[in-house]
Every structure is written in structure tokens, then in C-alpha cells.
Design a protein. Sequence first.
Lengths: 245, 269
Amino acid sequence: MACYSWGVVAGDLNTMVEQKEKSVNCRTARPEAPKEPEPPFQTAAPLLQVCDLQTKILKPVSFSLAAGECIAVKGPSGAGKTLLLRAIADLDPNQGLVSLEGRDRSTIPAPEWRRLVGYVPAEPGWWAETVGEHFGEWAAAAAVLTNLGFPEETKSWPISRLSTGERLRLALVRALIIRPKVLLLDEPTAALDAASVAAVEAVIASRIRGGLAVLWVTHDAGQARRIARRQLAVEAGRVREEVGQ
Amino acid sequence: MTSYIALSYWDLALASVLVLIDAGLSIIFGLKIHRSLLVAAIRMAAQLTLVGLVLTALFSLVSPLWTGVAVLVMILFAGQEVMQRQDRRLSGWWSFGLGTGCMMMSSVLVTAFALLTAIRPSPWYDPRYAIPLLGMILGNCMTGIALGLNTLTTSLMLRRASVEAQLMLGATRWDAAAPVTRDALRSALMPTINSMSATGLVSLPGMMTGQILSGVPPVEAVKYQILVMFLIAGGTGFGAVAAVLGGVYRLTDARHRLRLDRLAALQAT
């Protein structure tokens, strides 16, 4: 079964329309296909390839994401943006082919997959009393937390006293220090003031320059333009790529 | 040893006057419970009489087949009870099968252990020992499993975000569910621990009281009671661990996802 995929070079807006017509067979993304040598950043070789991914609610969706690329995901509330991210992170039952660097997701144990493809939900969960207990390695977290305006004593803060905005930023750091190759962000700046939004965008942008690929759900059209050159629109469970904004 | 005082039916009729007085109080104070009180009293007398007849037949038969049938019927009733005590049941056969299977495994195992090591009646399946022993272990195991499974399902729903947060960061399903699993096991074993620490001070267990009334020296009755308490603790522990881990297994899947869709839809009560 043929599957349409847009292997767009990050930043290559001019060729986007003609590349859209190019069809890629899903089977070429299988692990048994001859694997290219590790691609340098900013190449057309897709890092994450999604083919006919679907759930009970989500209609089949296909796209690919290159290393160092960011795609904005937009759409009305309840359209299925969160379901799309959860399906890619394999948190809900789903069908379709998802692969990372040519490795089929079904051949990778789920816990390892989620360390490679991190997901930060809009309402992150907490399982211990204090902030520090949620981070495997505090030293790694502390460096990023400083950039986001958190003091060193954040480690001992009780979770119950955090604001929504603090929770969002801490959950982002928690996911970043695992060093995933792809990060799925569900409205990471929804409850933040302008200065914090800028800080979060700067932190993620620097990671993207380092090769991180990001799928970023946002309601803010201005933010979508700032962070990404490609946009996916989700509406009533259908996902399509918006070409030429 | 066999110096117990047999009761006549007149003795029971005299005691039943107490229930009639209760019913009279209900009428005087307009409580409107005299009807259900009398129905319950009559049910109790009828059910126990029936059980007495069944046990008499079983004890005279001493048949492994009929003892086994009686054990099976008791376990199935207990399974039904576990299912009924769940706020949110597992979907499909799991709701009855998980609790019943775990109770069968642990109570039969522990009863057989006691019959083959400590009590050693001849034959070992003698229903006069097997049935009451199994009944006591099963009753406590049932309470433990019902509490454990109920705590597991309700806290998985309440703490879904925290369990999934760990899954998102690469935890396995067992690690992510560990805090909830621990809570469920604790609540399953709490009644057993509480009853062990209160026994003798606050309450005299029914079995021990019964043995003393039938003429057994208190020290001997106490030994039996201690044995039974250990068996109950063991049976409840095994059963609850199996049921709660089975519940975690069913409510997650091989791709380490939380599968709350495997809980049956909430029914109106």
C-alpha cells in the first residue's frame, strides 16, 4: 500500500509543494531496507517516519520529520492533536507504521521508544512529593532549569505548591534531560507569561539546532510561525499538512 | 472433651423472643424495619439449617468428589461477592475470573498445606476439617482480594496522569504502576493485620469460642486459633498479590500502555 510522505528539508520552503507530490512507499522505511549512514543534521533523510498511523478516533495520518526540524500542530480543541502525539508515543492502541532512523517502532521495546521519542503532555503528571524526586539526575536538570529561571533550591520544592506554568516548564526539562531524538510537545507554553514563553522557545530552539526534532502543538499562530516552517492542521481526527502559509 | 451442652428447639424459640422484642421496638418507634428484621432472621435460620443438613450429609459421606463440589460452590459464591464489591469492574470474564481464580489458588493451597502438615486428619480431605478450614481462609481472602482490586482500579483511575507520566519517561508498566500496586496490596492486607493485633484483647474469635463452648480446653482452642490466623494471613497474602498483579497485568499491555479502557463502563447503582 502506497503511502504519501513529505520528506521536506527543514527550511526548504520553495521545494515544499513539488515534494508533496512525491510518493514514498512505506516499505522502504522498513528496517530491512539498506540503511543510509547516520545522516548529518539538516538533511532530507527523515528521522521520524509516520505512515498510516491511526487510532479509533484518529484517521490515517502520514508525514515525516527530519532531524533538527520542528513542525507546528494546530487545530481546534478536541480535534485530536493530543491523540496524534499519544499515538506516536505509543500510549494508546494504534495501527500503522512508525519508524525512527529506519527502525520500526514495533521492534523497539516501548520504554526505550519513549526515551527516544519523548512526550510532554499539556497536564503533566507527578508521582512523588518534591520536584527533585522526579529527575533522575539533578545536575543535568539544574543547568537547563537555570536557563528557565528556576533557582537551585527548586529541587526541594513540594509539587503541590507549583503553579501550572512551573509544572509545564519542569515537565519539559524532565523530558529534555533524557535526551530524546524527537520531542512531542503539547502546548508547552499555554500557561506562561511572555518572558517565560520566550525562554522556553529559546531552550527548545537551541536543542533543535543540536538536531532534536520537534512536533509542537500550539494555538498561537504567531508562535507557530516563529518555531516551525511546516504546519500540520488537525480537524475532527483528520491530519493534513498546510502548504505555503 | 465432648461435654458440650446440646440445645433443644425450645431453647432457640426462647432466644428468638429477643428478635421479636426488637421488632416490637421497631413498631413502637416507627422505625419500619420490623419486616426486614423478621425476614432476615427467618432467612438466617433457614440457610443455617440447610447448611447443617448439607454438612451432615458431607461428613457422613467423606467423599473426595462431594467435598470437592462443596469447595467449588463456596469459591464460586465468594467470586461473585468479590465482583459485587468492585466500584469499577474489569471488562468481560476478567471481572469474575481474576478474583475467583486467585481465591481458588491461594485458599485451596493453604488449606491443603494445613491439612497435610499440621492437622493431618485421616483421610486428609475429611470434610469435617477441610470445609470449615477452607471457609475461614476463603472468607478472609475474599475480603482482602475485593479490597485490593477495588483500590487498584480506583487509584489507577485517579492517578492516571502520574502513572502515565512515568511511562512517558520510559518506565516499564510494573515500575509505573508500583506506587498504586503497593497501595492496593496494603489495603488488601490491612484487615488481616488489624484483626491479628486486636484478637484476644478486643474480640474472641468465633472458632475459638465455639471450641471452648464444646468443651475443648482454652489452651488447645487457642493453639487452633493461632494456626488459623497464620493460615488466613498466608492465604490472604498470596491471593491478594496474585489478584493485584493480575489486575495490573490486565490494565496495562505488552507495549507498556495504561489500558483503562479494559474497565467495564460505570453502571448505575
